[in-house]
Design a protein around this ligand. Structure first.
Ligand SMILES: Nc1nc2c(c(=O)[nH]1)N[C@H]1C(S)=C(S)[C@@H](COP(=O)(O)O)O[C@H]1N2
Ligand SMILES: [Mo]
Length: 330
């Protein structure tokens, strides 16, 4: 997502980031169906038409890739080279997952729910379909949705048509696209995207700990205009309103501080449209001629605050370091 798109509450598809491990599958919705089974009393299959008749909810959710910020790490972990653009906020409509799980009747010994997508490929030498699980208590949250609409229209192919999971507050890998099956498990899932990928590891041998909730982050709309080659910003002297967004999966954003050449002050913060949607912030600045470094840093209700220096890990996950923007005022 180009950072100028931070201006909109809702990110249009096409500006919203896209991440796909393999190819985008092209699914004929007429013949597609969703299977729900495993440790349930009544396993069943649903067509898209049947899903569209089920009760629905609509909610704005900020999705962020766990690898957002990876390219700022040294040495650079080898994976999708995001700088800071792996984020977006869309309004998702669909059936609450808890509704279908309740209809299936989850057995008492259930521990996780596994979601499998239609896309397939090879990663780390392992042939696989993209699949991830959620702990049962997360799967039963009322705001976890099986979405068939994004911003009021059918899902675009790249965002999971005809049906995807959306897990508010979790990094994007949990929100499995192109869903084909939902399986209730009595043992934790140990597939590739769970046990090998998406872990905070110190090195290749470290089993690490799983990547889950989105860490607190704020981003600023880069002010002025860019210099083509260096991407530094150019703006005229005088008053300018610095604006941006902040979000966290671990508690509401409580404050955003803006740094001008290392001197910090609190920004004005607006309420988010929903608990896991980003909130807008703003801060007036009177730009004086010369070179400056602008920065922003959010704090959430858990007390977590964005670090000023990147914290390295092997897969380059969850790097929520404070953004820095170089500007030339002239
Ligand atoms: N089936 C499937 N689901 C998937 C993925 C994938 O490769 N295949 N990528 C995941 C990752 S890592 C992210 S960050 C989000 C991205 O969702 P978006 O492309 O709609 O922004 O989808 C997740 N769901
Ligand atoms: Mo991701």
């Amino acid at each position: 997502m180009p950072l100028e798109a931070l201006r909109s509450d809702t990110t249009p598809p096409g500006l919203h980031y896209v991440l796909t491990h393999f190819d985008i599958p092209f699914i004929d919705a007429e013949h597609w169906h969703l299977w729900i089974g495993g440790a349930v009393q009544r396993s069943f299959e649903l067509s898209l038409r049947a899903l569209l008749r089920a009760p629905s909810i609509t909610l704005p959710v900020t999705l962020e890739c766990a690898g957002n910020g990876r390219s700022l790490l040294r040495p650079r972990p080898l994976s999708q080279p995001w700088v800071l653009e792996g984020v977006g906020t869309a309004v998702w409509t669909g059936v609450p997952l808890a509704y279908l799980l309740t209809r299936a009747g989850v057995e008492d010994d259930a521990v996780e729910v596994l979601f499998t997508g239609a896309d397939a490929g090879s990663q780390g030498g392992v042939a696989q379909q993209y699949a991830r699980s959620l702990p049962i208590e997360e799967a039963l949250r009322p705001d976890v949705v099986l979405a068939y609409r994004m911003n009021g229209a059918d899902l675009p192919p790249q965002h999971g048509y005809p049906l995807r999971l959306v897990v508010p507050g979790w990094y994007g890998m949990a929100s499995v696209k192109w869903l084909t099956s939902i399986k209730v498990l009595t043992k934790p899932y140990d597939g590739f995207q769970q046990a090998v990928a998406y872990r905070y590891q110190q090195d290749a041998e470290d089993p690490g700990i799983p990547v889950t909730w989105i860490k607190v982050r704020s981003l600023m709309v880069p002010p002025g205009v860019p210099d083509f080659f260096t991407r530094s910003r150019i703006l005229p002297p005088g008053p300018v309103m610095l604006t941006g967004r902040a979000w966290s999966g671990q508690g509401a954003v409580q404050r955003v501080d803006v740094g001008i050449d290392g001197k910090w002050a609190a920004a004005h913060l607006e309420h988010p449209a929903a608990p896991f949607a980003w909130c807008a912030w703003s801060m007036p600045w009177v730009a004086d001629p010369g070179e400056h470094e602008l920065s922003c840093r959010a704090t959430d209700a858990s007390g977590a605050v964005q670090p000023l220096e990147s914290e390295w890990n092997y897969q380059g996950m969850g790097n929520n370091v404070a953004q820095r923007i170089k500007v030339s005022v002239a």
